[in-house]
Design a protein around this ligand. Structure first.
Ligand SMILES: [Zn+2]
Length: 82
């Protein structure tokens, strides 16, 4: 794992059930190294209109393999625009 500082308020990616990265903010850090997240969905990433908006997820593990239900550093996914 690359060295990665986490703190409350940091923006990270949460991986949705379909593998899509969603914007999330760390709102808590747990003793086991997992985090609690407030995350934001867009219409194309959810099943139906009712899930659109903000969600809260607890005890989310870090995973650079981007398995659904985990979080990672957004720099892994950042693209260079020219
Ligand atoms: Zn990502």
């Amino acid at each position: 794992m690359n060295h990665f500082f986490v703190t409350v308020g940091l923006i990270v990616h949460y991986v949705a059930y379909n593998g899509t990265c969603l914007a999330a903010i760390i709102i808590g850090i747990n003793e086991d190294g997992s985090v609690d997240l407030a995350l934001f969905t867009s219409m194309k990433n959810v099943n139906g209109d009712k899930n659109f908006g903000m969600q809260f997820h607890q005890n989310i593990a870090y995973d650079e393999e981007k398995k659904p239900g985990t979080f990672h550093n957004i720099n892994i996914c950042a693209e260079s625009w020219e």
